[in-house]
Ligand binder design. Structure first.
Ligand code: B12
Ligand code: SF4
Length: 663
């Protein structure tokens, strides 16, 4: 098999591929596939991991790709500009195209700054290249209209992914990576197995696209999907929707994939797999080709003492968008608390994803091995949470072994984190900790089953901060039942504690499928839960409260207070510096200290999107924007309303296209 041109590690026997599709964080490699590779290699089974998210980014940034897109935009602009009138749909596209033609950044240079150990830390240069990379997505939004992309999203203008939309995307070759995928597949020896990791919602379109494409190129290849997002879909979607997933893949792996692949791959290597034997493979879901019934293997959970260190050896670690290397390592799985009303982390509500820990000795040896093999000093402990006793034991183990590493992770506020214990964690290399603080109201914390109170939050946060560990607060408003004064209590707490809060986020409540609230809505004052017609994967439940709260004035006051708090910080979204738990934030915290983000940063110049003079747009762009906004507002107000008897709201790709056609 051939690898991409500039990947330096030679590919071993690569009949089994493990692929990580776009769109996801490009600043570090995600841990799932290296974890699977490590486990399988320890058992003598070879696989090849490819991070198509990062390989594909180089394709997007390639001057040839950009030049091709610019040409497409020019052609499209002139075609639309020469029309006598534009439909609303065409106006929407026309405005994006005209504005995108004004974007003339050197995107390759922006990426180079992200990888440059000096320029990365110059805030102005950093911000300029961050803005430049965001502009790349504006350009793509015009080229691939009506789709939108980012490092954390890949979606349609309005409709969620359903099979109509996926088929439209695939048949129309709408993926920005189409040329890249085909070039890679052309170079590949036929693989026997291709496992695609669908971890984040933002990977949905590319995962299904790849599934189909691989089958088109290599009909005999066994294509399989796995990862938390597809697990969530299979658990929540209606059986007919789950059945249709098998038009794109031969099988789905639920939960953890170690044993599934350890049994499946040797079976496939031995020849055509016997269906009876396939049915015994743990966590494997297939569709019976004759009856259409879904066949599920027995459930299995990994004993972490039997695991192996993640194996990153197939990946070029210097290719990621960061000036240093950082590896993800998962010392625990599951959550030892596992009771919060709003949470359905990973697989925990399935009842089988119990909290487990890698024995400290083994974890320390893994970390030492990763440090030696890949020359890394920085780690992100990628897991739901560490229990305090384990965090402290691991810290002691790291100190005793003389390991010189720096790490960050998520922790729960716990009384065990005394000043002395926090100093021990700092000594072991902990430099940033993110806490699910959620609320500043004791009543709401109780309603959430958080098991913590405001007084404990204050005390424990101070212990971390004073030990030299950057503290990040994750909070959100509008938990069902929260009143306006209670929401204000959260903001007031952040305000009062801000000298000891190094980063924070105030989000809005989202109803998570599988959470306690979703399972027992009436207990939280929710009158009805419904989905939109297009949300066939059941990823975005909508809800209606029994009683209406706050009103617009209250929402405005909250927004103003959040804006006032935010002005004192530099906050941003994934994956940039200023977001919680990102690689870039960690590097800045290491370089500039705990308060790196507790201050305003020099603003980068905002793009003006004013079309170049030579363009001479015939139609008013401002008017096109007004028409679009007014249509979208009216459309969404009705398309998100549940049908009669709590049936689905009409929003879906077909409905949206039909409504738009009538304008
Ligand atoms: C650590 C973590 C993070 C970290 C690091 C993420 C990263 N990009 O590297 C941070 C805090 C940055 C983060 C950010 C986000 N996260 Co997060 N995160 C997690 C968390 C808690 C643990 C992930 C982990 O490391 N697990 C350990 C690894 C080894 O397990 P694994 O990935 O599940 O892989 C195993 C199996 O899934 C399976 N498997 C995986 N792939 C495949 C493939 C095949 C073929 C097979 C057979 C099996 C298989 O085998 C693997 C080994 O056992 C999970 C919750 C959870 N417990 O899963 C959420 C989770 C992954 N995150 C989630 C989300 C939503 C996000 C954000 C989008 C949040 C936001 N609103 O911005 C961002 C996105 C960032 C981005 N664009 O990359 C969701 C994803 C699902 C979804 N609905 O999208 C999860 C599942 C939480 C949840 N239920 O809501 N996250
Ligand atoms: S919010 Fe955090 S502590 Fe609560 S159940 Fe989820 S992972 Fe556990």
């Amino acid at each position: 098999m051939l690898k991409t041109d500039n990947t330096c590690h030679p590919a071993p026997g690569s009949e089994s591929l493990l692929l990580f599709p776009p769109f996801a964080d490009p600043t570090w490699p995600y841990v799932a596939l290296p974890a699977l590779k490590g486990y399988l290699r320890q058992r003598g089974i070879e696989t090849v991991v490819r991070d198509l998210n990062i390989e594909g980014l180089d394709f997007l940034l390639d001057p040839g790709t950009i030049a091709g897109w610019r040409q497409r935009l020019t052609d499209r602009f002139h075609a639309l500009n020469n029309q006598r009138r534009l439909t609303l749909y065409e106006q929407m596209e026309y405005r994006r195209v005209a504005e995108a033609m004004a974007l003339d950044r050197d995107f390759g240079q922006c990426a180079a700054i992200m990888r440059d150990p000096q320029r990365f830390y110059r805030k102005k240069a950093y911000q300029r290249s961050r803005d430049g990379l965001e502009e790349l997505f504006l350009l793509m939004e015009a080229v691939f209209f009506p789709f939108r992309f980012g490092f954390n999203r890949a979606n349609h203008l309005a409709a969620p992914w359903d099979f109509d939309l996926l088929d439209h995307y695939i048949a129309g070759r709408c993926s920005p990576f189409d040329g890249f995928y085909r070039a890679q597949l052309d170079k590949l020896d036929p693989p026997r197995f291709a496992g695609l990791s669908l971890t984040f919602v933002s990977q949905i379109p590319e995962t299904f696209y790849l599934g189909k494409l691989i089958k088109e190129y290599f009909p005999a290849c066994f294509v399989m999907l796995g990862g938390p997002c597809i697990d969530q879909i299979v658990r929540n979607a209606a059986p007919e929707a789950v059945g249709r997933i098998f038009d794109y893949a031969d099988a789905v792996g639920l939960q953890e994939g170690e044993k599934t692949l350890a049994e499946l791959l040797p079976l496939l290597a031995a020849g055509p797999a016997d269906p009876e034997r396939l049915a015994t493979i743990p966590n494997l879901v297939r569709k019976d080709p004759h009856t259409g019934a879904l066949l599920r293997g027995p459930a299995w959970t990994l004993n972490l003492a039997d695991g192996a260190a993640p194996d990153y050896s197939d990946l070029d670690l210097d290719r990621y968008l960061a000036p240093d290397r950082l590896l993800l390592y998962s010392p625990t799985r599951g959550c030892y608390w596992n009771k919060c009303s709003f949470c359905c982390y990973g697989f925990n509500q399935s009842g089988r994803h119990l909290y487990r820990e890698i024995p400290v000795k083994q974890a320390v040896a893994d970390l030492r091995g990763l440090q030696q093999e890949f020359g890394v000093k920085n780690f992100y402990f990628s897991c739901d949470v560490l229990a305090p006793a384990y965090a402290l034991d691991l810290a002691r183990g790291i100190i005793d072994a003389g390991l010189d590493i720096r790490w960050s992770t998520d922790l729960r506020i716990e009384a065990a984190y005394t000043p002395e214990n926090c100093r021990q964690l700092q000594q072991a290399g902990l430099r940033a900790a993110a806490f699910g603080i959620e609320s500043g109201s004791d009543r709401i914390l109780g309603l959430m089953n958080k098991g913590i109170k405001v007084e404990l939050i204050r005390r424990i946060n101070r212990n971390f901060h004073q030990a030299g560990i950057a503290t990040s607060w994750m909070t959100f408003l509008q938990h069902p039942g929260e009143t306006w004064p209670e929401a204000m209590e959260t903001l007031a707490l952040i305000e009062r504690q801000s000298p000891m809060i190094d980063q924070f986020i105030v989000g809005d409540f989202n109803l998570t499928p599988g959470s306690l609230i979703a399972c027992r809505p009436e207990q939280y004052g929710i009158a009805a839960i419904y989905h939109t017609a297009g949300d066939v994967f059941k990823l975005f439940p909508q809800y209606r409260m029994a009683e209406n709260g706050g009103g617009e004035d209250a929402a405005d006051t909250l927004d103003d207070s959040i804006a006032a708090l935010s002005r004192r910080y530099h906050l941003d979204h994934y994956p940039w510096a200023g977001a919680i738990s990102t690689h870039h934030s960690f590097l800045y915290l290491l370089r500039l200290g705990q308060r790196a983000f507790a201050q305003e940063w020099p603003g980068a110049k905002n793009p003006t999107h004013r079309p170049k003079k030579a363009l001479r747009p015939k139609f008013s762009l401002a008017e096109a924007r007004r028409h679009e906004e007014s249509f979208m507002q009216r459309y969404l107000a009705s398309a998100l309303q549940p049908g009669q008897d709590g049936g689905p709201a009409p929003l879906c790709f077909k409905h949206f296209s039909r409504e738009l056609r009538n304008r």
